[in-house]
Design a protein around this ligand. Structure first.
Ligand SMILES: Nc1ncnc2c1ncn2[C@@H]1O[C@H](COP(=O)(O)OP(=O)(O)O)[C@@H](O)[C@H]1O
Ligand SMILES: Nc1ncnc2c1ncn2[C@H]1C[C@H](O)[C@@H](COP(=O)(O)OP(=O)(O)O)O1
Ligand SMILES: [Mg+2]
Length: 194
């Protein structure tokens, strides 16, 4: 596994709920042709399959909690293996959500060359998620769950940024700006990779 993807770039995309991770990843795919793997999308696909495991996952996500590490890491790993031969780069969106997830990813898969830290104010994220909730159909885009997701983000996920900062691979992106301007900064960070 590590062999198969050793030439592909691995980029972690980290930020609070509603910060704009998915929006920026879509644009990176369009411009650079990287493979976008969103942990949340992979989990929602499992829920949509109607499997027993999906039912368990749905209950956790509806509460705004994190699903077990092994479940989400296995899903990402399988998805990476499926694309390993054709992919020049992987955008890992929504993972790691806690330091332990980053450590396990590196043990089982490999090291990231860049962490895009998509940064928006708490109040901005809440506003965007409430708006997204009008049409997303997502069980977690409601006021009560949004609050829990934000709390968990500050508690569990922000330390991830500090952890990788010491390695010098974090690029902080101001996601308060209009989408295309945010993308300008994202593209600069990616163009800076060798
Ligand atoms: N820079 C931005 N300015 C305004 N709205 C944005 C911006 N980035 C994302 N959004 C909107 O905010 C919502 C959440 O974005 P999304 O990409 O789904 O975030 P995440 O994947 O981080 O939860 C979406 O409705 C999206 O259209
Ligand atoms: N890496 C991960 N570890 C544990 N749970 C995760 C996870 N990624 C996603 N989940 C679960 C819990 C999240 O609240 C839910 C939705 O995730 P998401 O789609 O990445 O949200 P968003 O894009 O709004 O930040 O799925
Ligand atoms: Mg998303």
């Amino acid at each position: 596994m590590a062999d198969k993807i050793k030439d592909a770039k691995i980029i972690f995309v980290v930020g609070g709920p509603g910060s704009g991770k998915g929006t920026q990843c879509e644009k990176v795919v369009a411009k650079y042709g990287y493979t976008h793997l969103s942990s949340g999308d992979l989990l929602r696909a499992e829920v949509a399959s109607g499997s027993e495991r999906g039912k368990t996952l749905q209950a956790i996500m509806q509460k705004g909690e994190l699903v077990p590490l092994d479940t989400v890491l296995d899903m990402i790993k399988d998805a990476m293996i499926a694309k390993a031969d054709v992919s020049k780069g992987f955008l890992i969106d929504g993972y790691p959500r806690e330091v332990k997830q980053g450590e396990e990813f590196e043990k089982k898969i490999g090291a990231p060359c860049l962490l895009l830290y998509i940064d928006a104010k708490g109040e901005t994220m809440v506003k965007r998620l409430m708006k997204r909730g009008e049409t997303s159909g997502r069980a977690d885009d409601n006021e009560e769950t949004i609050k829990k997701r934000l709390d968990l983000y500050y508690k569990a996920t922000e330390p991830v940024i500090a952890f990788y900062s010491s390695r010098g691979i974090v690029r902080k992106i101001d996601s308060e700006l209009p989408v295309d301007e945010v993308f300008g900064h994202v593209a600069k960070a990616i163009d800076g990779l060798k």
